[in-house]
Design a protein around this ligand. Sequence first.
Ligand code: PMP
Length: 388
Amino acid sequence: MGFDLQPALQKRKADNLYRSRRTLEGPQQPEVVIDGKPVLAFCSNDYLGLANHPEVIRSFQNAANQYGVGGGASHLVNGHSRAHQQLEEELAAFTGRPRALLFSTGYMANLGVISALLGKGDAVFEDRLNHASLLDGGLLSGAKFQRFLHCDPASLEQKLARTEAPRKLVVADGVFSMDGNIAPLKDYAAVAQKHDAWLMVDDAHGFGTVGHGGRGVADLFDLGMRELPVLMGTLGKAFGTSGAFVAGSEELIETLIQFARTYIYTTSIPPGVAEATRTSLKILEQDEWRREHLQSLIQRFRLGCEQLGLELMASSTPIQPIVMGEADKALSFSRKLEERGILVTAIRPPTVPKGSSRLRVTLSASHTEEQIDRLLAALEEITREDKA
Ligand code: PMP
């Protein structure tokens, strides 16, 4: 009796799609000790190198002394500290919105926001390559769920024009997490406004890396609250900490506080994480050199890959996938890199479409030019072997 779980596990293995974890012994990047072995890593989302910044760590430690470690309760019960409140106010100022609201993870923010704004009879329109949490949020909401072609405003318009729903929400990643490209948000915003729909953007990968002062895609495309009423970001990437936020109007934030179940029924992030994020936000805004250095590493990496004949995607962000095609090829490259002391994860279906398995290289301001060159030299060797 019970469930027979083996067939699905065996099939995952047979399809070369089985996933497993590694155990880190220290900071995530660039030099990492994994299972006792030092490796050079290119797979963290810590794009600005703030996760391990001494001032960020100090803020975390000081706040633990002041507040203790855990949030202790949900925000609406007893878990909303001065640290959370101040961070929300600073994130509102950072995004140029009246208010911001913290969520415990980006996944929960996306589930909570979409299902608080939409219900049965409404309609949600999602870019085909949106992050899983946005797709799941759309499905959970009970609204009519429609996907439009990737980065294709005309496809969005076609679907919007055929919809009579009272509330229509267009949802997109700002920077696509597996491809690294930036959504055509100016066009999405225009189409959404024309059809009286709202636009929601998940800028998990854009905050800190694009826009003036790292203000993300809203700044890059100059999208104010009218064009982009729902702006979401995560703290676990360029901010180097953990959690997420949504920024928007007073009314939007009050609606989320009242109706977003993933906000209401979960423990707040530790106050220390909020204090650490306040410090990382300051550094993220101030240290323009981090973005400049990162951009120069991106150019160096792309040029090197082009010289090796490797297929890159149209990305100017720190997400720089190398397209391999079949899952076994991506896995084999990833294993060969690891044998040479370099860690790059292979991304396979169902995370990406079949036939587009890739090595997802992520670059960070914490990398040096020499480290990029080491990665390129290893890729050159493996490519040569592969062709031989
Ligand atoms: N949105 C995007 C675009 C993401 O890449 C991620 C994380 N991979 C999330 C949301 C989820 O954020 P979190 O890790 O904070 O749950």
